[in-house]
Design a protein around this ligand. Structure first.
Ligand SMILES: [Zn+2]
Length: 168
């Protein structure tokens, strides 16, 4: 296993549309394992391919019930096929440094995807789990949570970002 480098905004790969995956081979399994390891190392709850510079439709999502657990699912080619309800909740992102904001998301979603072996998945997710999936699917479309906040907050973030970059 190997840790991958998490790329941060404004890296251009975060804006790429991830390509659909059609080969479910050992390279993909290794990628999924590396992504999970990288996610846990960074204390994240989800990680999408783009974030490590692999613009392919893969995301890993933590589903641990307890803090010391490391249980996750791998979603390949995930699609949010249905969504209902609306809920505002705080989000952060391993690729957006030193910032979090409230984002509106569907409360309940239906997800179709494949697992790492190519087996079709079709399930319902709610609340926090649904939020993480929506956040990761966004990544695969080149969207960041900061695109979903108000213009005013976006401007505040840009100013903060400028200061951070100036310090470097
Ligand atoms: Zn993110």
């Amino acid at each position: 296993m190997a840790l991958r480098t998490i790329l941060t905004h404004p890296h251009p790969v975060l804006r790429e549309k991830a390509v659909k995956i059609s080969e479910f081979d050992s390279t993909l399994h290794q990628l999924a394992k590396d992504m999970a390891e990288t996610m846990y190392e960074a204390q994240g709850v989800g990680l999408a391919g783009n974030q490590i510079g692999v613009a392919r439709q893969i995301a890993v999502i933590d589903i641990s019930a307890q803090e010391d657990e490391k249980k996750y699912i791998v979603l390949i080619n995930p699609v949010i096929s249905e969504g209902e309800g609306c809920e505002s909740g705080k989000e952060g992102c391993l690729s957006v440094v030193e910032y979090d904001a409230k984002v509106e998301r569907f409360k309940k979603i239906r997800v179709t995807a494949q697992d790492a072996k190519g087996k079709p998945l079709d399930f319902i997710a709610e609340d926090r789990f649904a939020r993480i999936i929506q956040h990761e699917v966004d990544h695969l479309h080149g969207t960041l949570f900061i695109d979903r906040i108000s213009r005013l907050k976006q401007d505040m973030y840009k100013r903060k970002m400028k200061k951070i970059l100036e310090k470097k």
